[in-house]
Design a binder for this molecule. Structure first.
Ligand SMILES: *Cc1c(COP(=O)(O)O)cnc(C)c1O
Length: 376
């Protein structure tokens, strides 16, 4: 056990009670709780719709299918992301084209590189809002509209994060969220798809449940007697047990994010005095989720990254690295290209603990340990 873990779940009696209530209702698969979770989520995001699914990987797959991304298409995406972002491109037979990130202090996809990578086969752009900080969506939407491209937001890191007054995940043609256990909003496994149009939403909803025209909950309510199967769909549904967790978690989310913003401010202040450490997105204005807290070592200490992580570990501080770049994984060798900024940053990246109940003392202790570690 670490003295300070990377993440701490904010569950209490409210989540326990919500699950008990759902179990006692005897409706445990997709039903009223799922519908309520979707409504509440859409409302919080000021979105027209939301579709609960079993995880974000499924949401990404449904987004690709509902937006007609097909074999032969090219999809521009980051390499500095979780592998699921890119796997979804390949599920529909399309080809991922990796774009670089902006730099040491902006880990989002580089709109200039996106522009350079466009060919007559390019069909879509997938962005990933790293740590919940928005990508440069104005520039990305401009490139997309000039070339008639779809935009999919992997908003796993950014529930309730904002960009120019809009919530992340509601800016492009589809937004995908994860409720995996260590995300800002946790249901164990779970996800949500927010669609930019009714047509995309309806198609994704159909594909979520085997391409069937009705759900068993609707049939049990007598709303419908039978069903047809009109497309080759999947079983990507969320169950009501998880949805009831999601309802409680969503109610807590805004307050949790406000606490995380304080933790970030303490980190930023303490780290300002350490020249060897760059804080990406430093001084960012605007409401963000702070899903994780990444730091980048100065180029002069690149060789010491693993050493620094070890010093922190000896102090009982858990760290991580988000992410090993996707283009270097064995199954992506064939799609690899030179990504100088991503390649330089990933050698120097460390993720520090981030959750709402970290104290100022914890932050002092972590940053002091870091100060010592970078000296060696
Ligand atoms: C967690 C995560 C995913 C995958 O989400 P699952 O719900 O586990 O399928 C995809 N992309 C990013 C950026 C993530 O952080």
């Amino acid at each position: 056990m670490y003295r300070i873990p990377l993440f701490d779940l904010n569950y209490d009696e409210r989540e326990e009670q919500a699950v008990i209530d759902t179990l006692r209702s005897k409706w445990i698969s997709t039903g009223p709780k799922t519908a309520q979770f979707e409504d509440n989520f859409a409302q919080k995001l000021q979105a027209d719709n939301a579709l609960a699914v079993c995880n974000c990987t499924a949401a990404l797959h449904l987004a690709m299918k509902a937006l007609d991304i097909e074999p032969g298409d090219e999809v521009i995406c980051p390499s500095l992301t979780f592998v699921a972002t890119v796997n979804a491109v390949r599920y529909v037979g399309a080809e991922p084209v990796f774009a670089d990130i902006v730099g040491d202090s902006d880990l989002g996809i580089d709109p200039g590189d996106i522009r350079r990578l466009i060919t007559n086969r390019t069909k879509a752009i997938v962005v990933m809002h790293y740590a919940g900080f928005p990508c440069d969506m104005d520039a990305i939407l401009k490139v997309a509209s000039e070339h008639g491209l779809r935009v999919i937001e992997d908003a796993c890191h950014g529930p309730l994060s904002e960009y120019n007054g809009k919530k992340l995940g509601t800016i492009g043609d589809a937004g995908c969220f994860s409720f995996f256990s260590n995300k800002n909003l946790s249901t164990g496994e779970g996800g949500m798809l927010v669609a930019g149009s009714r047509a995309v939403f309806d198609r994704a909803k159909l594909l979520r449940s085997h391409g069937m025209t009705t759900l068993s909950y609707e049939r049990s309510k007598g709303h419908s007697m039978g069903y047809d199967v009109v497309e080759l769909g999947h079983n990507y549904r969320m169950d009501d047990i998880r949805a009831s967790l999601g309802i409680v978690q969503l109610e807590k989310l805004e307050d949790d994010l406000k606490e995380r913003a304080k933790v970030r401010a303490w980190y930023e202040e303490a780290l300002a005095e350490i020249d060897e450490i760059i804080v990406p997105f430093k001084g960012h204005k605007g409401f963000v989720s702070n899903y994780i807290f990444p730091v980048v070592l100065h180029r002069s200490c690149a060789a010491n990254r693993d050493e620094v992580r070890k010093v922190l570990q000896e102090q009982g501080v858990q760290t991580s690295m988000h992410y090993p770049p996707v283009h270097r994984f064995s199954i992506y060798k064939g799609y690899s290209r030179q990504l100088p900024v991503t390649e330089s940053v990933v050698e120097r990246l460390i993720t520090l603990p981030m959750y709402s109940t970290i104290s100022p003392n914890d932050v002092d202790m972590i940053t002091e340990a870091l100060r010592e570690a970078v000296k060696h």
